[in-house]
Design a protein around this ligand. Structure first.
Ligand SMILES: *[C@@H]1O[C@H](CO)[C@@H](O)[C@H](O)[C@H]1NC(C)=O
Ligand SMILES: *[C@@H]1O[C@H](CO)[C@@H](O)[C@H](O)[C@H]1NC(C)=O
Length: 504
């Protein structure tokens, strides 16, 4: 008995060793903003109703064979175009301070151009914003969350075409002018995923495969479009209080070993996925590593110039500083190792980035196979602070998928607890500035080419068997609510700690 007690005590002592305990007090600041997120195509449905124009996604999901793994579409999705009031209330029931949604470009401007307005579409978003405010929440609105008007695409105006920039600025001006009560504007959601999937590997609408070329053209244009909207907003709407930024998707890229080539590979991975979008905005121009690598491979592959378009000095200046906060969608951590240079007879983004990604055996993995690695978020925050001059960071998405078979989503509770504790640790111990956390997602929804397979929501929907599309709270609703209402959680035990002495 005594022996048992001593072992238990020493085990406890071992767990509580100074090094292994988070040092934060579990308290988020009073004005910290929590929220929940969604996007138009993923929840609205009503794909061809009330004068809405078609988007590239409306077309894409009608291809045969279906480009979506479970052959589904967003035609109905969560039917939120009709149930928006109920949905705003469900989000408000979480106790949060904000709701992030996106505006469907073709619902407001069916052709994409601002010369023809669909009044019913505009009215929908005006009412939505009013309803969010009525519930005491801040509307966080994404201007472009991947649903490009099909009419523009049919006329050659996609993100690989520089001419789309002006059309986009006009659309952005129109929604900003008409929705003056939005509290945060997000110009573009995850330009990396959008450019890679839509113009690189073709897994997303409009399904263009132009690997290592189309994706870079898209990146170049979309970054300039973001900057143009930001400059327009600051120039034309000086009285508006809303902050504006772009939202990037950044994971943590952990070297697979301490070998220099793996450490370099992890840095390459970071720069090609994350730095490519943040460097032009926070520091100016492409990250040097990316610029030189693509130029060098392009040359050896026989191109007369780099596949990565270059910015002029004026463009560099125009883009630098076009952010009021750093919006980041973060989910997971990958373990990165070096691979050999591929031969120069083919052009592929994978050859440019030249890494192999994996996960460590001791990581918990979610339904999608993504590692649940809470220490990664703290490392990422420290890197942002160091590289981008201590920006205000807002998590515009963060979350974990389940398979939709149960409302007992323990993994989500574990995920939020451990990730939030590491975010708090970064805030209090490392002095990183984090202003908000808006988890993905308010409710289960259409997850692009994965269809309804992966469920990220606080509220469950049984898309297959329930024509009523009833929203049912998962267990994580109460857990999240308790954190949001007290701005407090317990971080003293059972949370992985970033230990500098070892690789994860
Ligand atoms: C999707 O449709 C194809 C035929 O077009 C079929 O072979 C496949 O089994 C379907 N997949 C699912 C998950 O229903
Ligand atoms: C390029 O070269 C490699 C190795 O020499 C070869 O395996 C591959 O099939 C080639 N690819 C093309 C597209 O020719």
């Amino acid at each position: 008995m005594l022996f048992k007690l001593v072992t238990t005590l020493s085990l406890l002592l071992w767990i509580c060793k100074a090094d292994d305990v988070l040092k934060n007090n579990g308290q988020f600041p009073r004005n910290f903003m929590f929220g929940a997120a969604s996007s138009a195509y993923q929840i609205e449905g009503a794909w061809n109703e009330d004068g809405k124009g078609l988007s590239t996604w409306d077309h894409f999901v009608r291809r045969t064979p279906s480009p979506v793994v479970d052959n589904t579409t967003g035609d109905v999705a969560c039917d939120s175009y009709r149930r928006w009031k109920e949905d705003v209330k469900l989000v408000a029931d979480l106790g949060v301070q904000s709701y992030r949604f996106s505006i469907s470009w073709p619902r407001i401007l069916p052709s994409g151009y601002d010369k023809h307005v669909n009044e019913k579409g505009l009215e929908f978003y005006k009412q939505l914003v009013q309803e969010i405010i009525k519930h005491g929440m801040v509307p966080v609105a994404t201007i472009f969350h991947w649903d490009l008007p099909q009419f523009l695409f049919d006329n050659g105006l996609d993100w690989t075409n520089e001419e789309l920039i002006n059309v986009f600025v006009r659309y952005a001006r129109f929604v900003i002018k008409n929705l003056p009560e939005v509290g945060y504007w997000i110009t573009i959601n995850e330009p990396r995923v959008h450019c890679r999937r839509s113009y690189g590997d073709g897994l997303h609408a409009p399904g263009v495969s132009d690997d290592g070329i189309g994706d870079y053209k898209c990146t170049y244009n979309i970054l300039k479009a973001h900057a143009a909207v930001y400059r327009m907003y600051k120039r034309e709407f000086p009285r508006y209080k809303a902050k504006m930024g772009m939202v990037v998707d950044c994971q943590w890229y952990e070297p697979a070993s301490n070998r220099p080539e793996d450490v370099e590979a992890a840095e390459r991975h970071y720069q090609f996925e994350c730095g490519m979008y943040l460097h032009p905005i926070f520091q100016g121009d492409w990250p040097p590593l990316v610029k030189y690598r693509v130029a060098e491979r392009s040359r050896r592959e026989g191109y007369t110039k780099s596949r990565l378009p270059s910015f002029t000095a004026e463009e560099v200046k125009f883009m630098r500083g076009t952010q009021d906060f750093l919006g980041v969608n973060h989910y997971s951590t990958t373990s990165v190792s070096n691979v050999q240079e591929a031969s120069y007879n083919e052009t592929r983004f994978a050859h440019d980035i030249r890494v192999s990604i994996n996960r460590k055996l001791n990581w918990e993995v979610s339904f999608l196979g993504w590692g649940v690695v809470p220490t990664g978020v703290r490392r990422l925050l420290n890197l942002f602070k160091e590289r981008y001059n201590d920006p205000d960071v807002m998590f515009t998405e963060i979350g974990v998928a389940d398979d939709g078979t149960t409302l007992r989503d323990d993994i989500r509770i574990r995920y939020f607890r451990s990730y939030f504790c590491n975010i708090l640790e970064a805030m209090q111990v490392d002095k990183v500035s984090v202003v908000g956390i808006i988890p993905w997602s308010a409710m289960d929804s259409f997850e692009w080419h994965r269809g309804y397979e992966a469920r990220f929501g606080f509220y469950a929907i049984d898309f297959e068997n329930d024509p009523q599309l009833l929203r049912r709270p998962k267990m994580s609703v109460n857990y999240y609510k308790s954190i949001v209402e007290s701005k407090r959680l317990h971080c003293n035990t059972a949370v992985s700690v970033w230990n500098d002495k070892e690789i994860l």
